[in-house]
Write a protein of this length. Structure first.
Length: 215
């Protein structure tokens, strides 16, 4: 080897400076906990060196009660036979009440209203049959409404009156408002008829509900 050429061999350990050895030792001491985590899985050391972020509480879970299918099935059944029987009885009462109202109490006012419209107040047999069928249909409707809301509001006269009021609202009040708005009949005539039919609807529904029984 020529003079001035560097020796390619690394210097031996004795030639290293004490300062370099001390620095290497300190680095190894600092890295030892990390090596333990990697190779030995020290959870306590990892928690100290790398603290876990604070976790949020999981969202509250809302549990709904299981539906009672047996109860729902029993609530959904309507006794058709009792419904028709109660509706027929209610329809008979409706026809009697409407006959008294329109042929006795309001006979003159209806004749005057029809005269103004240019139509005679003549009750034919076909018109009479239509009104009779209307009365039975109205009675069945009242009892059906009672049977429909009975599971929610409970059996009794109070529930029957609710059903009768709704039936009167649909088949009595709203058509009367339309007739008054078009000028087909005087408002005083429709008011008397509306009050009469309201009482009528409540009574016939209570009677039909008294006959009705659940299946």
């Amino acid at each position: 080897m020529r003079i001035g050429d560097s020796d390619p061999r690394p210097p031996d350990a004795g030639s290293r400076s004490p300062r370099g050895l001390g620095r290497t030792r300190r680095l190894l001491e600092r890295a030892s906990p990390i090596l333990e985590i990697v190779y030995f899985g020290s959870l306590s050391d990892s928690d100290e060196l790398f603290p876990r972020p604070a976790t949020r509480d999981p969202p509250a879970t809302i549990y709904f009660p299981e539906p009672n299918l047996e109860k729902e099935d029993s609530m959904g059944r309507i006794n058709t036979g009792r419904l028709i029987l109660g509706g027929i009885v209610a329809g008979i009462l409706v026809n009697i009440s409407e006959t008294v109202l329109n042929t006795v109490v309001l006979k003159r006012p209806w004749e005057e209203a029809m005269r103004v419209l240019g139509k005679p107040m003549v009750m034919t047999s076909s018109a009479m049959m239509i009104w009779i069928c209307w009365g039975f249909a109205y009675g069945i409707l009242c009892v059906w409404l009672y049977a429909a809301i009975r599971p929610r509001f409970g059996p009794g006269a109070g529930t029957a009156m609710k059903a009768g009021f709704v039936a009167w609202l649909l088949a009595g009040l709203l058509p009367s408002v339309g007739m008054a708005n078009m000028g087909i009949a005087p408002s005083s005539l429709l008011m008397i008829s509306g009050i009469w039919t309201l009482v009528e609807s409540l009574i016939v529904t209570v009677v039909g509900a008294w006959i009705y029984r659940e299946a």
